[in-house]
Ligand binder design. Structure first.
Ligand SMILES: [Zn+2]
Length: 189
């Protein structure tokens, strides 16, 4: 009951802060589609807090339900030659009402829909300074951002979810702490 109440109030807060509020009905429908109808409370939209569920929507893009939190890991829906390969779009991802969008790196196939999704649902963008600045510039509305330290930042989501972030080589020309002596051989762009 406590968890359900917390999620319900979280949804209210997100609706209040979003520039274009998502309706509760569209959030329930989107969450049922991504996380399975059996895992979503049809009245509150809460996803079963005892489960962690990852739902893939292209490249390394996932919608994740964890301990009742909803976050996006990267934010781009395949299009162009791959349109409808994954049948969703920024509006449905916004309807999931994620609290955070965690940016793995700034290339288009990981970040290009982040500004639109965050503008619609009010999610906080989490990434490097460069990622946050790039996405803010693409947005038509003011966005909330959580820029990470150049090396590492830790933060928490509700219900005891600890997030540890580490800068990885795909985004960095120099190895974070010098441990990766053969970094140049493994670098990929
Ligand atoms: Zn890349």
């Amino acid at each position: 009951m406590g968890a359900a109440a917390a999620v319900a109030s979280t949804l209210v807060v997100m609706k209040a802060s979003a520039s274009a509020p998502v309706s509760a009905n569209s959030t329930v429908a989107a969450r049922q589609r991504f996380f399975g109808a059996d895992n979503v409370d049809p009245s509150t939209g809460e996803v079963d807090p005892s489960k962690t569920i990852l739902s893939w929507f292209g490249v390394t893009n996932f919608a994740m339900a964890i301990a009742g939190n909803i976050v996006l890991l990267d934010a781009w829906v395949p299009r162009g030659a791959f349109s409808d390969y994954v049948p969703t779009g920024p509006a449905e991802l916004a309807a999931l009402a994620p609290s955070h969008i965690l940016i793995g790196h700034g290339h288009f196939d990981h970040a290009a829909d982040a500004a639109e999704i965050a503008s619609l649902c009010g999610a906080t963008i989490v990434g490097t300074d460069e990622h946050c600045n790039q996405i803010v510039q693409q947005a038509a509305t003011e966005l909330r951002t959580f820029p990470l330290d150049s090396d590492r930042s830790d933060f928490s989501l509700p219900n005891g979810v600890a997030v540890h972030t580490v800068r990885h080589l795909h985004s960095a020309l120099r190895a974070p702490r010098g441990e990766h002596h053969e970094a140049s051989r493994h670098r990929s762009f």
